[in-house]
Write a protein that binds this ligand. Structure first.
Ligand SMILES: NC(=O)c1ccc[n+]([C@@H]2O[C@H](COP(=O)([O-])OP(=O)(O)OC[C@H]3O[C@@H](n4cnc5c(N)ncnc54)[C@H](OP(=O)(O)O)[C@@H]3O)[C@@H](O)[C@H]2O)c1
Length: 291
């Protein structure tokens, strides 16, 4: 791990924070804890220092193009490039059951479109054999979508970015125009979040096909994890949830590319609708109620 440079987005708290800690623990030379808020970020760095780790810090709001650009410049100047990029920053819908246009735009901007900005400025700095891990969700499995047209288009062999962009715009237009059909989704809950994470998994496949230089790009579901996103509900601690991202970043064979992983380090077939891997909200709500 010596000599490696790693970046984790959205890592002032939650799963991202635990990933930073795990990568430091595993001896990665430089690990960037990044946060959109400087104070929250620096406080997190201080907490890790108390535990004996020394992450670097950079202020990074992933959906701010100028900010991503200046971080890329910094990485190039200071390190010449990077070996590990964990796209972890993410947000969930404000209300599980209500799909509004404003909230959907916000969720798609951060969970999907920001990855395109990062691809533009930071992917060119990835060193040969680098690894990118896109933190998706069980909401990102194709079985979250019921619409036959989109299932076929998003799982075709020659999938391209325009297919994924069209899917996202189709969804946003339908929310804006009030034409959304909830039967197109596994459940009528968390819909914008599901769309954002399905798009992220599909984009990971597109990016893998394009990137070359023996770089791997995999996506994963980190599990149902006790963080502020789940209001503390979940089956895994943050430290447990950091294990699979660290495994993909450091341990898995470099030949593993363009795959979708589960929190137990097994690979799942992202394209297989029949696996029905989408989360059942009733289960999540029971967890929340029992708290
Ligand atoms: N927890 C789960 O059960 C679960 C399940 C499946 C997938 N995931 C995914 O795992 C990832 C981490 O989630 P989590 O549970 O750890 O959530 P979390 O505790 O809410 O942490 C999210 C992190 O993302 C940051 N963030 C949000 N918007 C950002 C932006 N525009 N720019 C930069 N950073 C931003 C947050 O910063 P602030 O503190 O400034 O808000 C925070 O550091 C997300 O992608 C999430 O979708 C989580």
């Amino acid at each position: 791990m010596a000599g490696k440079i790693a970046v984790v987005t959205g890592s002032n708290k939650g799963i991202g924070y635990a990933i930073v800690k795990e990568l430091c623990k595993r001896g990665v030379s430089v690990v960037y804890l990044t946060a959109r808020d400087i104070q929250r970020g620096q406080k997190a760095v201080e907490e890790l220092k108390k535990e004996g780790y020394s992450p670097s810090f950079y202020q990074l709001e992933v959906n701010n193009e100028d900010n991503v650009k200046s971080f890329a410049k910094h990485l190039k100047k200071t390190h010449g490039g990077l070996d590990i990029l964990i796209n972890n920053a993410g947000v969930i819908v404000k209300d599980f059951r209500e799909t509004t246009y404003e909230d959907s735009v916000h969720v798609l901007d951060i969970n999907y479109k920001a990855i395109l900005t990062i691809e533009k400025y930071i992917y060119p700095l990835l060193k040969n054999n680098a690894r990118v891990i896109n933190v998706s969700s069980d909401c990102g499995h194709i079985s979250n979508i019921n619409n036959k047209y989109w299932i076929e288009r998003l799982t075709k062999d020659d999938l391209g970015q325009e297919d994924v962009d069209d899917f996202v715009e189709w969804f946003l237009d339908s929310v804006k125009n009030g034409t959304i059909n909830y039967n197109d989704f596994a459940e009528n809950t968390l819909v914008a979040y599901r769309v954002s994470k399905v798009a992220l998994c599909a984009l990971s496949k597109v990016q893998q096909k394009q990137i070359g230089r023996n770089i791997s790009i995999n996506s994963l579901h980190p599990g149902f994890v006790k963080t502020s996103m789940t209001k503390g509900a979940g089956y895994l601690t943050m430290d447990e949830a950091a294990q699979t991202p660290a495994y993909l970043a450091l341990d898995v064979d470099q030949t593993v590319k363009g795959k979708y992983f589960w929190f137990d380090k097994t690979e799942k077939d992202w394209q297989n609708y029949d696996l029905k891997l989408y989360p059942k909200l009733a289960m999540i709500e029971n967890e929340l109620k029992s708290m």
